[in-house]
Design a protein around this ligand. Structure first.
Ligand SMILES: Nc1ncnc2c1ncn2[C@@H]1O[C@H](COP(=O)(O)OP(=O)(O)OP(=O)(O)O)[C@@H](O)[C@H]1O
Ligand SMILES: [Mg+2]
Length: 330
């Protein structure tokens, strides 16, 4: 449904999208994961024909996004990152406005609007002005608007950013329903690792315009080795703990942060005894051991050298600010 080959977008000297190639299959739920400024929205803008690529090629539903933009627009739905619904109108009126933009005939528009409102659980609130909606209801209305012209591929840019845990879960419920009941292809961006992990069939990790890793969440996690072991030691004496750990066969990588040695180990259950034995022999006493499976956060850290979670606070803050600015304007 989506094929990109060496997609590039520059803004002056800034390379926002830097040679991105990937494919998305029919009916797939594909996630684009990356920090602020990674190039996620720019990629979505190119794929939905809002922006032209500087170079490279992209096909959506088999149509070229530049030379066949009109055809692409007919089969894609977009729920943009910023809130776009109009506060002064009711939910229903917003959808009718949207239907007009897509030249959907009046009776057809009414039927579709009722359907999509039902799908996102807003039938009862359709007659109320959007001003009175909660953040989650607005997002659901945007989702409904993106679905109105019955797209084959839905693009969702940060569908759950700034929403509380319960509302996020509800939005996810609607998204998975779209896939299950309508077989729709969904391309979404998110910085919530847990979401990407449990819901996306495949994810691409994008950072500074480049795809750093691509695969199913479980394959990506497996690529880090089977287990993560955190060790705290009482007293290392003169022993070089890092190099002792590095010499153990099962250990792939060691890092030290805040007094905790973090080890990536191929098979934790089998590797741990050897690790402890080697430390003890060198006179290093271990005070605490925690063993677990890698998370998608750690996959991100591994492939980008950066943490994503650190930025979560500022993201939500930025989103809130945007909403406030919008309200002040109206
Ligand atoms: N119209 C534009 N003009 C100039 N620079 C832009 C423009 N749009 C995006 N950029 C820059 O391109 C880079 C990628 O931006 P983009 O919006 O694609 O990132 P993103 O991954 O969606 O980030 P976020 O998570 O904050 O939404 C950023 O450095 C951004 O400042
Ligand atoms: Mg963005």
């Amino acid at each position: 449904m989506i094929v990109t080959e060496g997609l590039v977008k520059t803004f002056g000297k800034l390379v926002a999208v830097d040679g991105v190639s990937f494919t998305v299959n029919d009916g797939e739920l594909f996630g684009f994961l990356g920090p602020n400024g990674a190039g996620k929205t720019t990629t979505i803008n190119i794929l939905t024909t809002l922006m032209r690529p500087t170079s490279g090629r992209a096909l959506v539903g088999g149509y070229d996004v530049v030379s066949e933009a009109e055809k692409v627009r007919r089969i894609v739905g977009l729920v943009p990152q910023d809130i776009t619904v109009d506060d002064d109108l009711t939910g229903w009126e917003n959808l009718m406005l949207q239907a007009g933009l897509y030249h959907i005939p009046r009776s057809e528009a009414r039927r579709r609007a009722a359907e999509v409102l039902e799908l996102v659980g807003l039938s009862d609130a359709a007659g109320r002005r959007v001003e009175t909606y909660s953040g989650g209801m607005r997002k659901r209305l945007e989702l409904a608007a993106g679905l109105l012209h019955d797209p084959e591929i839905l693009f969702l840019d940060e569908p759950t950013l700034g929403l509380d845990v319960q509302t996020r879960a509800a939005i996810w419920e609607y998204i998975t329903r779209l896939r299950r009941e309508l077989g729709m292809t969904v391309f979404l961006t998110t910085h919530y690792m847990d979401e990407a992990d449990s819901l996306c069939e495949r994810v691409a990790i994008i950072d500074r315009g480049k795809i750093r890793a691509l695969g199913t969440p479980s394959d990506l996690k497996a690529s880090l080795g089977g287990s993560i072991i955190d060790l705290e030691i009482v007293n290392g004496g003169s022993a070089d703990v890092m190099s002792i750990l590095g010499r153990v066969d099962a250990v792939r990588r060691v890092s030290l942060a805040d007094g905790v040695y973090r080890l990536s180990v191929d098979n934790g259950e089998e590797g741990l005894p050897a690790i402890l034995e080697n430390l003890l022999r060198s006179g290093v006493r271990v005070s605490r051991v925690v063993m677990r499976k890698p998370t998608l956060d750690e996959v991100f850290l591994e492939y980008t050298g950066r943490k994503l979670r650190d930025e979560t606070g500022s993201w939500e803050e930025a989103f809130r600010q945007r909403m406030i600015v919008r309200r002040m304007r109206t």
